[in-house]
Design a protein around this ligand. Structure first.
Ligand code: F6P
Length: 365
C-alpha cells in the first residue's frame, strides 16, 4: 500500500443514476484507508471552475449513502468547460473554452488525480483533460447502459426495476378497462431499459431504437391478442424508438450549455395511432425521471461500490486516462478512448431479443 498522502478529487456529471453515492462512498473509504485526502467537486466539472465549493469528504460524510439515490455532490448535464456558456458585458451568452482555468485550479489545489464519474459526455471531457496532462480515471454511469467497454453500467438495473414495477401496476388497470397502455421509458438512443423491463414486466410489444417499427404490425399483434381473448395490451416504447422511415421525436433542443437534445413524445403518438388502427381505448404514460430516482438495487449498489474502490486501486497503480469497466467476473481498466468511441446499443442477436421473439413479444418488425 502507498505511503504517500495523495489528494484526490471526485466529480459526478451528466444525468444522475442510482448507484452514484455507492461509488462516492467506496472511493472515500478506499482513499481514507490509504491515508489519502479526497474532495467532492460540486456539479460536474463546474466545481473545478468555482473551487470555493469543494467538499472535503470523510467516512462520516458518506456514512450509509450507498442506499440513497442521486449524488451528494450534485451533477449537471450542462457546463462542459471546453464549451462553457458565459454572459458577456452586453448580456449575450458566449461559448468559451475554460479548460485551462480548470487545469490551473486543479494544479493550484495540488490534486493528484480526478475520479470522473459520468456517461459518454463526461467521460469524453475526462479524456480531453487527460490529454492536457490531468491524471483522470473515469467511472461509467448511466441508466441508458450505452457505454462500450463495460459489460453494464450501474443505474440500468434500478431504472429497469422501476419500469418493471410500473408495468406490473399498469397491467391490472389495463386488464380491468380492456385498454392498450403505451409506456415511454428512457434510454436515449439505446433500448436497454425498454427491452429489459418489457421482457421482465410481461409487455406485449417493445419498441426500441435499434429496430425501427411498423405500427401496423404492432396493431395487428394487439388485434390478434384480442381475438384470442386478451382484450388489453401493454406496449413499452423507448424514448428513442423510431417508426420505419420516420424520425426520432425531440422534445427539447441542445441549448444553454446542454450538449444533447431531449427526446420524448413517441408514446403519445404511438398511442394515438394504435387507437386509430385498432379502435381500442388507448392511453399513454411517460415514466420520465422516476426511473432515475429511488434507492439503488442490490446490483447497482454493489457495482457502484466495486467501481469506486477499483478507481482508487487504479490511481494507486498510476493508471490514468482509463475507465473502470466490468468484465465479469472482474473489474478492469480500459482506455477512455475505447469507452467513448462507440455507443453500445442492444445487439439484435442478443439473447434477450431472441427471448422476446420466442415468447411472442412483438418488436414492431
Ligand atoms: O442519460 C440519462 C437520461 O435519463 C436519458 O435516458 C434521458 O434521455 C435524459 O437523461 C434526460 O435528461 P434530463 O435529465 O436532462 O431531462
Amino acid at each position: 500500500m502507498s505511503t504517500r498522502t495523495l489528494k484526490i478529487a471526485i466529480s459526478t456529471g451528466g444525468g444522475d443514476a442510482p448507484g452514484l453515492n455507492a461509488v462516492i462512498r467506496a472511493a472515500v473509504r478506499a482513499a481514507k484507508s490509504r491515508g489519502w485526502d479526497i474532495f467532492g467537486v460540486r456539479n460536474g466539472y463546474s466545481g473545478l471552475l468555482d473551487t470555493d465549493d469543494l467538499i472535503e469528504l470523510n467516512a462520516d460524510k458518506v456514512n450509509r449513502i450507498h442506499s440513497r439515490g442521486g449524488t451528494i455532490i450534485g451533477t449537471t448535464n450542462k457546463g462542459n468547460p471546453f464549451e462553457y456558456p458565459v454572459k458577456n458585458v452586453a448580456g449575450e451568452v458566449e461559448v468559451r473554452d475554460l479548460s485551462d482555468k480548470v487545469m490551473e485550479n486543479f494544479r493550484r489545489l495540488r490534486f493528484h488525480a480526478l475520479i470522473a464519474v459520468g456517461g459518454d459526455g463526461s467521460l469524453n471531457i475526462a479524456h480531453r483533460f487527460a490529454e492536457k496532462g490531468m491524471n483522470v480515471i473515469g467511472v461509467p454511469k448511466t441508466i441508458d447502459n450505452d457505454l462500450s467497454g463495460t459489460a453494464i453500467t450501474f443505474g440500468l438495473d434500478t431504472a429497469s426495476a422501476t419500469a418493471t414495477d410500473a408495468l406490473d401496476k399498469l397491467e391490472t388497470t389495463a386488464r380491468s378497462h380492456e385498454r392498450v397502455f403505451v409506456v415511454e421509458v428512457m434510454g436515449r438512443y439505446a433500448g436497454w431499459i425498454a427491452l429489459e423491463s418489457g421482457v421482465a414486466g410481461g409487455a406485449n410489444a417493445i419498441l426500441i431504437p435499434e429496430i425501427p417499427f411498423d405500427l401496423e404490425k404492432v396493431a395487428n399483434h394487439i388485434l390478434d391478442l384480442d381475438v384470442h381473448g386478451q382484450k388489453y395490451a401493454i406496449v413499452v416504447c423507448a424514448e428513442g424508438a423510431v417508426p420505419r422511415g420516420g424520425a426520432m421525436m425531440i422534445k427539447g433542443a441542445a441549448e444553454d450549455g446542454r450538449q444533447e437534445v431531449v427526446l420524448g413524445g413517441i408514446a403519445e403518438w404511438v398511442a394515438k395511432e394504435l387507437h386509430r388502427l385498432t379502435g381500442k381505448d388507448t392511453r399513454h404514460l411517460v415514466l420520465g425521471h422516476l426511473q432515475r430516482g429511488g434507492s439503488p438495487t442490490r446490483f447497482d449498489r454493489l457495482l457502484g461500490t466495486r467501481f469506486g474502490a477499483a478507481a482508487i486501486r487504479f490511481i494507486e497503480q498510476g493508471l490514468f486516462d482509463h475507465m473502470v469497466a466490468l468484465d465479469p467476473p472482474t473489474v478492469k481498466a480500459i482506455p477512455l478512448t475505447e469507452a467513448v468511441s462507440r455507443m453500445k446499443q442492444v445487439p439484435l442477436d442478443s439473447d434477450t431479443v431472441l427471448t422476446a421473439r420466442d415468447i411472442d413479444i412483438c418488436l414492431g418488425d
